[in-house]
Ligand binder design. Structure first.
Ligand code: BGC
Ligand code: NOJ
Length: 826
């Protein structure tokens, strides 16, 4: 069942019912000011950091769901409604929500009155513009009251949600004309304020929540709206809000356009106030308001936003035999990559914005899907991330975007983290050809006096693995590897201990984690990423270092084949007792997905046929119609030696859920191994556009990936296996976005930036006749035509560039011009 449709020409998903199976959201803003907006206008805004600069308030896990947002209320002769249906939930005569690239348009109609609300964050602008067009489509004159609504958050979202003894006494506002200013703590230590403006005179306002809503009412029945009149309330403590009130009369056919702006302003300390030393200096706010105070200016801002997205999405474009692939590659997957790049895992409808900052591993992986869009921002991000590394190659697991400092409360010692830096730096060089990133001086632990070149950061990353091997010469697992829930040094039996940070005292003496527990996943990630480091060293003429690094990779491959090949697939780990995890010998959790794809892609044991055996085992034991489960059989009880993984009921999250992130590694591996049909099968099992028809089961947005889909075991814990099989969770912020972008564009369609140029090596469904693509790459344009006359999956038979034959499958990088590339498979 569907709840809308794709409008590809406009790059929109059009939602036709407000009662989606879960709130379906969009993101506004890509630079500093961000908003989350659901299909009923719920959500919130923040500046750069969803925890430290929360502008509007949002209550997670609310009842009913998704209460709180930016709302317009209309009261026409006692009929009260919202253009987005919620929160009043008066049945509308029609409803539509269009989520587009950086904007959302919600339109509702009731009794001949149409209200169309457009929300967007313009380019280079710290505010959300909201344009409301009211049209009287009836034959009679209409008179009604309109109210806007936003609830201020007192800046630090964490403190705002728990420090009530203080916060109920600090809230402050100012009202000037049609602009409501939020200035809590501005008098003392904060140099920022927010505002909510309207471009026309108002008939009243409210700034105190209880006056507007009423202590015993809710968002769905605010007393001011029911009364049809504002109170002109002035908040002094309690909960400051911003609501404009306007009486409107429209003749038949008449339209009225109003522009509201929710903005954020930072002021230099010596210019915070007007001459009286008390009143906010509003110069900047007024300047911002002036930029979008007419419908014409709003239209220009929207046009600029569309042009920016045209440019971003103009870098890679494909036309394949499957329009679902085209809409994922050309529109939604790239769009989601921008969002994950900007927000890491901080703020979504499943991430509260206060739990996590930017993840070291997460943000490095996000670069892989984003780097072609704005390489300069990718470079800046890579440097920010690398700056939180320690001189020995270890690193803080997370950092705050506002301060860019590592989070000491989470610390480091996640065994996979350093390797992702090698991958992101390599991806940057492969995309841009800009080797100078290796010469950048980058601090350790944010201390510039300890700065070293980026190349040195790569070296310590690489040797952090080599220098921390266990008894089987495999990498130590430490607190966790990519799978945050395999915690082999935890042995936690006390509620509340964080699996990610708690170390059992028995490992304290060993330096914080077991010196026996080893991760096969990190071993294969090392053999997959390591060759990039070797290639970089060779390019720089550092042959001795390159040889040493290659020796370390070869030694790791040997260790894997000696101790981590289970006969039909690769083991997952050795636990702190030296016992195998992810082996046929185990009672549960016999096979895990994570180590397999990287092993295949780095040819570990290929001469013994490990690649095809492993793919066969995966297909048999992990594949389902909704994607590949992470492990099988699911754990049905708590294994103290494994940690968090076995705390999840079977079929959810890391315990046999369909973790879409690492499905991509298998898609890549299948494509790499020449199994284009298999790669495409796995791709289409989880790609959002392909799940659209089962939105009622899938629940989350059909235009973006979620982190997890309920596996075949979901429900087994309550004796109903399969109950939530196929149900998506944790949409939007997941490494799935970047990795599936890589999987489809670089491995299946095979357009893969490489150090020496653009490689074209497709691995597609045999039935495809081919496809075409346009790619901007290092200053030149490539029109690529892939022909598949013999209906094979993989294998470039010939490649011509501008009519001339090229040997191999790498197009040399031209500095400019448009080049015609013809690739024939066979
Ligand atoms: C989740 C992981 C997540 C980790 C860190 C765990 O509870 O299952 O997916 O990475 O927490 O926040
Ligand atoms: C989500 C986390 O953001 C990511 O870092 C981790 O790799 C996965 N969960 C798997 O645990």
């Amino acid at each position: 069942m569907k709840f809308g449709y794709f409008d590809d020409a406009k790059r929109e998903y059009v939602i036709t019912s407000p009662r989606t199976p879960y709130p379906w959201i969009n993101y506004l803003g890509t630079q500093g000011f961000f908003s989350l907006i659901s299909n009923t206008a719920g959500g919130y805004s923040f500046y750069k950091d969803a925890r430290l600069r929360r502008i509007t308030r949002y209550r997670y896990n609310n009842v009913p769901i998704d209460m709180g947002g930016r709302y317009f209320y209309i009261n026409e002769n006692g009929t009260v409604w919202n253009p987005g249906w919620s929160p009043v939930k008066t049945e509308l005569d029609s409803y539509e929500c269009r989520h587009g690239m950086g904007y959302t348009i919600i339109t509702g109609k009731k009794n001949g009155l149409k209200a169309e609300a457009t929300f967007f964050v313009p380019q280079d602008y710290d505010g959300e513009v909201q344009q409301l067009v009211l049209t009287n489509e009836s034959d009679a004159q209409k008179t009604f009251s309109l109210f806007s609504f936003a609830e201020w958050c007192l800046w630090d979202a964490q403190d705002d949600s728990n420090n009530f003894q203080r916060n109920f006494s600090t809230g402050r506002v100012e009202v000037s004309g049609s602009v409501i200013y939020h200035k809590t703590e501005y008098r003392d230590r904060r140099n920022h304020y927010a505002f909510y403006s309207l471009n026309e005179a108002i008939d009243g306002y409210d700034t105190d929540r209880d006056s507007f809503i009423g202590l015993y009412n809710g968002f769905g029945d605010p007393q001011a709206v029911l009364a049809g009149e504002a109170n002109n309330s002035f908040a002094d403590g309690w909960a400051p809000i911003a609501s404009h009130y306007k009486k409107i009369t429209l003749a038949p056919g008449e339209s009225k356009t109003l522009v509201f702006i929710l903005g954020y302003v930072e002021m230099p300390v010596d210019q915070k106030f007007e001459a009286d030393g008390k009143t906010i200096n509003k110069v900047k706010a007024l300047d911002m308001i002036g930029k979008y105070d007419t419908p014409a200016k709003v239209a220009a801002g929207m046009a600029e936003l569309r042009a920016a997205w045209d440019k971003l999405l103009g870098i890679l474009n494909v036309t394949t035999p499957d329009d679902k692939v085209d809409r994922m590659v050309n529109i939604w997957n790239q769009y989601q990559c921008m969002v994950t790049f900007n927000l890491s895992r901080s703020a979504s409808y499943f991430e509260s914005g206060i739990g996590r900052g930017m993840g070291f591993r997460d943000s490095n992986q996000d670069i892989l899907g984003f780097v072609h869009q704005i390489p300069d921002r990718a470079k800046e991000r890579i440097i920010d991330i690398a700056s939180t590394q320690f001189p020995d190659g270890g690193c803080y697991h997370q950092y705050q975007p506002l301060t860019k400092k590592g989070n000491a409360d989470i610390g480091g010692d996640f065994s996979d983290d350093p390797l992702w830096l090698i991958l992101s730096v390599s991806a940057y060089i492969k995309e841009t050809g800009d080797w100078s990133i290796l010469d950048e001086m980058v601090p350790y632990d944010n201390d510039m006096s300890k700065a070293q070149t980026m190349l040195e950061h790569l070296k310590v990353s690489f040797y952090h693995i080599v220098n921390n091997l266990g008894p089987h010469k495999l990498p130590l697992a430490m607190r966790a590897d990519w799978n945050d829930c395999i915690n082999l040094s935890c042995y936690s039996d006390t509620p509340g201990e964080s699996f990610q940070t708690y170390t059992n005292p028995k490992f304290k003496a060993e330096g914080g984690y077991s010196k026996v527990a080893e991760s096969v996943m990190v071993a294969t990630l090392f053999t997959y990423t390591g060759p990039n480091y070797v290639a970089i060293l060779k390019h720089l003429g550092k042959d001795d270092e390159a040889k040493a690094a290659q020796d370390a990779i070869d030694a790791m491959k040997k260790a894997i084949m000696d101790s981590a090949w289970d006969g039909d697939w690769f083991l997952r780990a050795y636990d702190a007792n030296g016992e195998k995890m992810g082996s046929k010998e185990c009672e549960e959790g016999q096979i895990f997905i994570e180590p397999q794809g990287f092993a295949i892609m780095s040819d570990v044991g290929k001469e013994q046929g490990t690649d095809l055996k492993t793919l066969a085992a995966i297909d048999e034991r992990l594949n389902t119609k909704f994607g590949l489960v992470l492990n099988n059989p699911a754990y049905s009880k708590y294994y103290i030696q494994y940690g968090e993984i076995s705390t999840y009921p079977g079929g959810y999250k890391e315990n046999a859920g369909i973790f879409t992130h690492n499905n991509a590694w298998i898609i890549c591996a299948a494509a790499y191994a020449g199994q284009g049909d298999l790669a495409f099968k796995y791709y289409s099992e989880i790609a959002p556009a392909f799940t659209e028809d089962t939105s009622d089961i899938h629940k989350t947005e059909p235009y973006v990936y979620g982190q997890m889909i309920g596996g075949k075991d979901a429900g087994s814990d309550i004796g109903r296996p399969g109950k939530n099989f196929g149900q998506g969770k944790n949409s939007w912020l997941t490494g799935t976005a970047a990795w599936n972008m890589v999987a489809i564009s670089q491995y299946i369609l095979g357009i893969m930036p490489d150090f020496d140029g653009l490689k074209v090596d497709p691995s597609i469904p045999a039935e495809w006749d081919g496809f075409t693509a346009t790619r901007k790459f290092r200053g030149a344009d490539y029109n690529i035509t892939v022909k598949n006359p013999n209906h094979v999956c993989k294998g470039v038979k010939s490649l011509t560039v501008d009519g001339k034959a090229v040997t191999g499958n790498v197009i040399p990088a031209f500095a400019s011009g448009t080049h015609e590339v013809i690739v024939t498979l066979g």
